[in-house]
Design a protein around this ligand. Structure first.
Ligand code: SF4
Length: 380
């Protein structure tokens, strides 16, 4: 797979006029993805909110001494999965803090009570439980992973993800958001991105913008993702996520990126990344998200009809039918996809465990998107 970097697009991404950059991005999006905007209907399972890292913008993480710190039990996981199933979800997103058992006694004890010594093994078994007891496809968002951990998780998941976030090493210094976060050193995240490619895992990654990185660092991160994809063909989607201020975080007074910043970054991503990589931005983190369509996105990511966005709990998901109407008014049709993108289901042998692939193919229509389109009451 070759890197898509038209010289005009590259120049525009670095310096140029926003309107021209967005026009270029739209052209690439329309040619590769047409006027169809996708989303994944998902149930969200925050398996544990304990984490050995302490990112300055994180509201998800709870210190083990907090009464809210927890590891979900298998019964709780299954209850969430069943709730999602009843509402037509196809994806179960496992999201969790990184390796809390390596730092906290309370996390080790919590895992021991469940019969485990390592979170990855518990996660593996919860994926298996979901596959055995429900019709959902697990997507695993477990942060940095070793080769061995990917080997453990790949057979029981349809896809995996980890936000690269940034390649800025400056942000790991004292006073910066990734200080003392071993899993947020760029080299560790780039290694996981690379390993996922070597192991042929359909992979979701992305940038978190507005946490103190420079524009050049954003561009560098996009090139790094694209280069990994060029080597392995595994990056199914890239998310451009905007930092959100919350009252209870270290960065409570840090400015949020504005709409123009989001549009410029989305458009730059579209011209830098290979056109076959889906480009996504979350619809619940800006009231003006429909404008992202003009900057070249083709996907809204996971939207849950049953659970809140645990990462940004103050921002409700849009109601899916009303999002469909807004897309239609902007000249796009909203369609539901599976967690794994169509090209990994057909003709890309080795990207998914055969039994998970069979399940996914059974859920897919002729286009590779979800056969049941619950929000419009149709089958595709
Ligand atoms: S690694 Fe993730 S869960 Fe852990 S503190 Fe950072 S953002 Fe929060």
């Amino acid at each position: 797979m070759t890197s898509h970097l038209p010289s005009t697009g590259a120049a525009l991404a670095e310096t140029g006029d926003l309107d021209a950059l967005m026009a270029s991005a739209r052209q690439i999006r329309d040619a590769a993805w047409g006027r169809r905007i996708t989303y994944s209907r998902k149930a969200f399972v925050p398996l544990t909110n304990m984490c050995r890292d302490t990112c300055g913008y994180c509201t998800f993480v709870k210190h083990p001494s907090s009464p809210e710190a927890r590891i979900m039990t298998p019964e709780q996981v299954l209850a969430e999965a069943r709730r999602g199933e009843r509402e037509g979800c196809k994806e179960l997103l496992f999201s969790l803090g990184e390796k809390p058992e390596l730092r906290y006694e309370a996390a080790r004890k919590g895992l021991e009570r469940l019969g485990y010594s390592r979170l990855t093994d518990y996660l593996r078994d919860m994926c298996e439980l979901v596959l055995r007891e429900t019709s959902l496809l697990p997507h695993v968002n477990a942060g940095t992973l070793t080769d061995e951990e990917i080997d453990v998780l790949k057979p029981v998941s349809a896809s995996m993800g980890m936000m690269l976030e940034t390649v800025s090493r400056r942000l790991t210094r004292k006073g910066q958001p990734h200080h003392a976060c071993p899993d947020k050193t760029p080299v560790q995240r780039l290694r996981t991105l690379e390993r996922a490619g070597e192991k042929r895992v359909p992979f979701t990654t992305g940038l978190l913008i507005g946490i103190g990185e420079t524009w050049e660092e954003r561009i560098e991160a996009l090139h790094a993702i694209n280069a990994a994809h060029a080597r392995h063909g595994h990056v199914q989607e890239v998310i451009i996520q905007n930092f959100q201020r919350k009252p209870d975080i270290e960065m409570a007074n840090h400015p949020e990126p504005g709409l123009e910043d989001m549009l410029r970054t989305i458009a730059a991503a579209r011209v830098i990344l290979s056109p076959e990589i889906s480009l996504q931005a979350p619809p619940n983190l800006s009231a003006r998200h429909i404008a992202y369509l003009d900057a070249g996105i083709n996907d809204w990511g996971g939207i849950s009809p049953v659970t809140i966005d645990f990462i940004n709990p103050q921002h409700d998901w849009p109601e899916i039918r009303s999002l469909a109407r807004s897309c239609e008014a902007a000249g796009f049709e909203l369609r539901e996809r599976l967690t794994v993108y169509p090209r990994y289901l057909t003709g890309n042998a080795g990207f998914i465990n055969p039994s998970v692939r069979t399940r996914a193919l059974g859920m897919a229509g002729g286009t590779g998107l979800a056969r049941e389109q619950r929000h419009i009451g149709e089958t595709a």
